[in-house]
Design a protein around this ligand. Structure first.
Ligand code: GUN
Length: 295
């Protein structure tokens, strides 16, 4: 049977260490890192994610500010972002995505001060990351690298096939996994909705990352024996047998694929908790005026 890559466990260890670091900062007269979160609209999944992010911050002793609007004009949101940019008490800011249609995601991301952009979405952070310079790196890719590192999974010379080219996960992860360091030095293939013969490519993967939000897309026939599978998908699938009325399903058909893997992430409990842990790491680094670097 495969090793289950337990994101809950690894994230808990990270939170424990962060909690200690916050204690040390405060003991030496410093202030706890402070994350501001903006949540716009009524997307139920976004509300759940933000709740989990706030809870994790509180657990490690970070200060938090939640700015929540059922609806807001773009110009008012941009003004609020500017206020946070100029507030020396706040170290990091994220605007939860997706945003309502009338708001330009690009405008919003571009208006966040890069030093406070702990999502790593600002073009300056993205560009610095791509050049292998210290930067805030998007939380999900950083969480995946941290998980690979924790389980000592070899990446050098291995073929990493990523399915999904989103700007928050697939695209940045493809850059990071190809860079000259550990985890990295992989040969990377980035697949997307226009990729032909997807199965032929996924079957070549030593490390397969699925990040498309298409439940059960990756089947047993699409992977080779001994593969490491990272499932980023987390889709709410209607399920009347559950109290919530839905269950969370990954992009990988876990039951069928797991027996063929050397390692696999569960959904939930794999990448999700690591994403939040990585956001905490980015926020601490922002408070220390530093950024993610491999060195
Ligand atoms: N929505 C889904 N994932 C993310 C994320 O990593 N950051 C933000 N801000 N919104 C998201």
């Amino acid at each position: 049977m495969p090793t289950i890559l337990d994101g809950h466990l690894v994230a808990q260890a990270i939170r424990q260490k962060l909690s200690q670091q916050v204690g040390e900062i405060q003991a030496s007269g410093g202030k706890a890192p402070h994350l501001a979160i903006m949540l716009i609209g009524n997307d139920p999944a976004s509300h759940t994610y933000v709740k989990a992010k706030l809870k994790a911050c509180q657990e490690v002793g970070f200060c938090t500010t939640l700015m929540q609007h059922e609806t807001i004009a773009e110009k008012d949101l941009l003004r609020q972002i500017e206020e946070v940019n100029n507030d020396p008490a706040i170290d990091g800011l994220i605007v939860q995505l997706p945003l309502p249609q009338h708001i330009s995601v690009q405008q919003v991301i571009n208006s966040i001060k890069p030093e406070k952009d702990v999502d790593g979405f600002h073009p300056l952070n993205y560009g610095r990351m791509a050049r292998n310079l210290p930067a805030h790196v998007p939380a999900t890719p950083l969480g995946i690298l941290t998980l690979l590192d924790h389980y000592n999974i070899a990446t050098s010379r291995r073929h990493c096939v990523i399915v999904g080219r989103s700007s928050t996960v697939g695209a940045p992860l493809s850059i990071l996994m190809g860079q000259n360091r550990y985890p990295g030095n992989a040969t990377v293939t980035l697949c997307h909705s226009h990729t032909q013969q997807l199965s032929e490519l996924t079957r070549q993967a030593d490390i397969l990352v699925a990040a498309v939000g298409s439940p059960g897309l990756i089947t047993a026939e699409m992977v080779k024996e001994g593969v490491v599978v990272i499932d980023v998908g987390i889709t709410r699938v209607p399920d009347k047998t559950r109290k919530a009325g839905y269950r969370l399903q990954g992009d990988v058909d876990f039951e069928a694929v797991a027996p063929r893997c050397s390692h696999i992430t569960p959904v939930p409990g794999g990448v999700g908790p690591m994403t939040i842990a990585a956001l905490l790491l980015n926020t601490l680094r922002a408070a220390q005026n530093r950024a993610y670097t491999a060195d």
